[in-house]
Design a protein around this ligand. Structure first.
Ligand SMILES: Cc1ncc(COP(=O)(O)O)c(C=O)c1O
Length: 498
């Protein structure tokens, strides 16, 4: 049972009693680097709370004041929530609300971009996967508006029936050309695209072998398909080979990798993976959520990065919500595969078509990526500056080689504290905890974008220098999440998020 009394308090309380104005704090005025942030008095935490940071019922409080009133049993009072996952998450959220360490769901007061406004304060955004800085691009916004004017705000149907418009076909044509495949089809999200393709093609008599850091969408897809799945060691073709050698009465084997891993920012060794899958007659699916528009000379993805022919991959899957500043997902590959999926993939048949604004924006974004190659160069320069700067400061950025730069902390509480301390310095750098990352590998997940200026990156590094401290070995949050006798549901879902 998760009552307020039972929520494990952190071993040390939240350090700052006040929050400084972002600019002053980042400049380090008024305190030494050893002091925790929050030594000034421009912006008292109580006022921050009024705006909902601590779940106190302010306009930005995602819980509408649930944790602000007198203690009430959060999970057990409601039979629906009397499950390990709900106990764990409710404990975590309650603990975070009371310690001001709940740093998720901060509402932005406008567009995302390198500079945003949150709770009325200007902030530097360091965790958006708008890699090419295309959110707010005038041509893309104009295309979205034009799509709404021409096609309306909704499609009024599923693709097979009345939901298809000419913009869908044009976008799919452009995606196929961009990806170098015969054909492509779109979905309302990348997550849905993963569910669609795996459940349409594989079942209990087949098997899936996926990278240990695979995204939750492909794991859920395997569960939906009822296809048995096993993991191979992250980015390790030898481990994949060992899995493929296992004698299993599987009809067909699908190997799944990602172009760029969303929580680590490292790159898939695609040539070796292709070699291994060929040797074993397996099929290969690549999730390009974070490599499409990001890797390769022209941003075409992991195949362009390595010089691998797109036809070496049987199923390409991607998202239209990362480098492409819209919503939606796609599958790309051979024409006959796409024709079958139009009829055999449930989300294509039983869920409404991609809305016109997203389709229009995505189409325009592909044109902008081709027309403005300097964005890729800027993104890469910024990523290098950020990554190298953090490494010089002693932060653990793992194997990052892309704009995704993790700052590994270990304990969940340490990651939340770092996110909160940076937030108080005017930086949005989101914490990610299990199940999005492996246990005891909580981190901040930073993204450098083409829209950041050198001054933005310098400001970010100054903030990290200011908060630099040995990683807290807190553990109370970890305990809140892991302390149930059976594993809490969210942790049972292994697989990266975001
Ligand atoms: C690696 C990976 N695959 C798939 C997805 C799902 O994409 P979408 O957000 O379009 O549903 C994500 C989302 O963050 C992701 O990080």
């Amino acid at each position: 049972m998760a009552t307020r009394e039972q929520v494990g308090p952190p071993s040390s309380g939240p350090s700052p009693a006040v929050v400084r104005s972002p600019q002053a704090s980042v400049r380090g005025e008024g305190r030494t680097a050893q002091q925790p942030p929050g030594g000034g008095n421009e912006f008292p935490l109580s006022r921050w709370r009024e705006r909902g940071l601590g779940g106190e019922g302010g306009p930005g409080d995602p819980f509408d004041g649930f944790f602000a009133g007198p203690p009430r049993p959060a999970a057990a009072a409601n039979g629906l929530l009397d499950i390990p996952g709900a106990h764990a998450w409710m404990s975590l959220v309650e603990w975070g609300s009371h310690t001001d360490l709940y740093t998720f769901q901060v509402p932005l007061d406008g567009r995302s971009g390198p500079r945003v406004e949150a709770r009325g304060q200007p902030m530097l955004m360091l965790s958006s996967y708008d890699y090419l800085g295309l959110i707010g691009h005038p041509a893309i916004e104009a295309a979205a508006v034009e799509a709404v004017r021409t096609y309306g705000t909704g499609t009024g149907g599923v693709r097979l029936l009345t939901g298809t418009n000419s913009l869908h076909r044009e976008l799919e044509h452009d995606l196929a050309i961009f990806k170098g495949t015969e054909s492509a089809i779109t979905f309302t999200s990348g997550y849905t695209a993963a569910l669609a393709v795996i459940s349409a093609l594989f079942g209990p008599r087949d098997r899936v072998i996926l990278d240990a850091r695979s995204h939750r969408s492909v794991i859920d897809a395997c569960k939906l398909a009822g296809v048995p799945f096993r993991r191979f060691r992250h980015n390790d073709p030898e481990s994949l080979e060992a899995e493929l050698r296992r004698e299993l009465p599987a009809r067909r084997t699908l190997v799944i990798v990602e172009g760029v891993y969303s929580m680590d920012g490292d790159i898939c060794p695609l040539p070796e993976i292709v070699e291994v899958k060929r040797r074993h007659g397996a099929y290969l699916m690549v999730d390009e959520a974070h490599s499409f528009g990001v890797l390769g000379r022209t941003g075409r993805g992991i195949d362009e990065h390595w010089g691998v022919e797109p036809t070496e991959v049987d199923i390409w899957m991607g998202s239209l919500s990362k480098a492409i500043p819209a919503n939606g997902g796609f599958l790309a590959g051979r024409r006959e595969l796409m024709i079958y999926l139009q009829h055999g993939a449930a989300p294509y048949m039983f869920s409404a078509a991609l809305c016109p604004a997203a389709a229009g924006a995505a189409r325009a974004a592909l044109q902008v990526i081709a027309a403005e190659p300097e964005r890729l160069a800027r993104m890469r320069r910024n990523a290098l500056r950020l990554r190298e700067g953090l490494r010089r400061l002693g932060f653990d950025t793992g194997a990052s080689a892309t704009p995704i730069v993790p700052v590994v902390q270990g304990a969940n509480e340490a990651a939340f504290r770092l996110a909160r301390d940076l937030f108080s310095l005017g930086i949005i750098a989101t914490a990610v905890i299990p199940p999005a990352v492996p246990r005891h590998a909580a981190r901040l997940r930073l993204c450098a974008t083409a829209a950041h200026t050198p001054a933005d990156i310098a400001e970010a590094l100054a903030a990290f220098r200011a908060v630099r401290a040995p990683a807290a070995v807190g553990g109370s949050v970890t305990a809140a999440l892991n302390g149930c006798s059976s594993p809490p549901l969210p942790l049972a879902g292994e697989g990266a998020g975001g």
